[in-house]
Design a protein around this ligand. Sequence first.
Ligand code: SF4
Length: 685
Amino acid sequence: MRTHCPYCALQCAMHVIAVDDGYRVTGDPTFDINAGDLCVKGFTAAATLRHPERLTTPMVRDGGILRAASWDEALDRAAGGFRAIADRHGDDANAVFGSGALTNEKTYALGKFARLALRTSRFDYNGRFCMSSAAAAVNRSLGIDRGLPFPLAWLGETSCLLIAGGNPLATMPPLARYLDAQRARGTSIVIDPRRTEFAAGASLHLQPAPGTDAILAVGLLHVLIAERLVDADYIADRTSGFDAVRRIAEREEPARVERRTGVEAEAILAAARLLAAAPAAIVLTARGVEQHANGTDTVNAYLNLALALGLPGRAHSGFGTLTGQGNGQGGREHGQKSDQLPGYRRADDPLARAHVAGVWGVGPEALGHAGERGFELLSAVGSAVRGMLIVASNPVVSAPNAGAVRAAFAKAEHLVVCDFFLSETTEYAHVVLPALQWAEESGTMTNLEGRVLLRERVVAAPAGPRSDLAILRALALRLDRPEAVCHEEPEAVFEELRRATAGGPADYAGVTYARLRGGAQLQWPVPAVDHPGTPALFATNFPTDDGRARFVAVEPVTAAEVPDAEYPWYFTTGRVREHYLSGTQTRRVEALARAVPSPYVEMHPRLAAVVGVGDGERVKICSRRGTIALQARITTAIRSDTLFAPFHWGGALTVNDLVDARSDRFSAMPAFKACAVRVERLPNE
Ligand code: SF4
């Protein structure tokens, strides 16, 4: 029996085979997405299953020390803490923070738990730091948010592929077979301040200054308009709002955009012409252009480009976003955010509230209202938020301005963490509840193209840990909130989720475990059990009020900190092939830890010369929020005014200590990808 990878949204299929000293992973050659291929994280994923540091016993903190406890004691302590806080300070003094790593069933159960068991309005998840800007942008323009609204295979079949802010050879290496096929048949454009291996292989590589991506996109649109390369019929027939966007774009002629972004005017002209000349084209965004304080507007600027060329709804063409986390798609559909209900319904929609309340057997008023999001929620811990349940997330490493989050967590009265390893976040926990891992329990995941996959249990769980579903059920019962109780069997929860999502934008009503086990490949919406799924959206209309896609007029500005005399350089962050997000899992996999044991900072030789630092020497990097010491890697594959560091480590190596927490007003996405720093050489150790 096959299962799927615990890491990214490509959700490669794999087999887990028992061997003498544990388990070994092989790729499944019959699954179309990865065709047997895996990246180094996938091949080594089984190392976490029997890892010696695996949590097998609940823990409670006494006298400042976490000690082993029975499940009854730990669950009593967890539930009792939440009840005491609610009694003293009200329900909203408790909060929940979830994860894009959770299965759809857990996502659903966690949102229900927050609303009906804790009765709090304060719950959000770590996808706020991942896909939120992309989601907000496509919802307001296209009326629905499915990362790729077309089959993944189209990436290999389109004539021109523009990827803005993505490095898929590092984040999703098996995607290479699609990308290679595309490059063999057509042209490609990469927008990235770093000249990654992926960028270097493109027909054109544009290297804007961090945070100026929206300006560049508007500049590209300027060229399309000036040279009459837009699809006027499509704009007239299928969209609204173009005139306002055109008025803004007409100001941004290439020479002006060159001054503002650092991308040469000739390259801007060439990129726009390349895109327009292609018989089919796809525009994709990823975190590099989304993780900004104006990330939503930035994504909309690229969406405007796609709409002007008439791409969404055409074969082998369109606009999409490369989802990051394993269930980054399903994780944002089923209600673990306080502004949203299962099925990608809005929590402020009376009809949606009535539907979900009906499934749950409560009145719509029981669904509460939306509270703080993202960094705002995390930084309220220790003040307005006194108790928090964190499931499968390590925000002490992954949040922006991480030092401020650590300071907040240090003041928490009651922090309960469900995870399968101790982490930097459990250092602040009062109760730690050991959870099962990916291959030890079944559940559905929704990949980056909206395909619902059944990740099967393929190994026996060790004694001790419990499923997150069982933990949520036990807590709801202890809180005496039977209306919040979900089943602990994933398939039973999925049956409830099907009813809750029926009729919603992300409609799973026609997906069943039996269909998935029978090999059905179902991309939502799937409104009935005899429905084949929806591989491509928008062929005839958009799910907006008038059926048209909306151009969104965005100001071509940067919302990032701009380098100045005190902090003269740009700083940006990203991932490496060997590690995944906060590194809680991959830092424990020996082969991965050995390959990339610690973070480093990339800098151009010209910047290194100014600082007076050589390759391999240590530097101190300071932002307005924090300081970190890293080893310098001197490379010409980066802008000469920009530093880059991967962010997978904690403690003194928490790169996110530097990052600016100012957040996008639509999505609450922080400015992970651009802030201002200064850098100094450190003496040799
Ligand atoms: Fe896992 Fe993603 Fe690597 Fe595939 S590309 S093996 S899903 S981490």
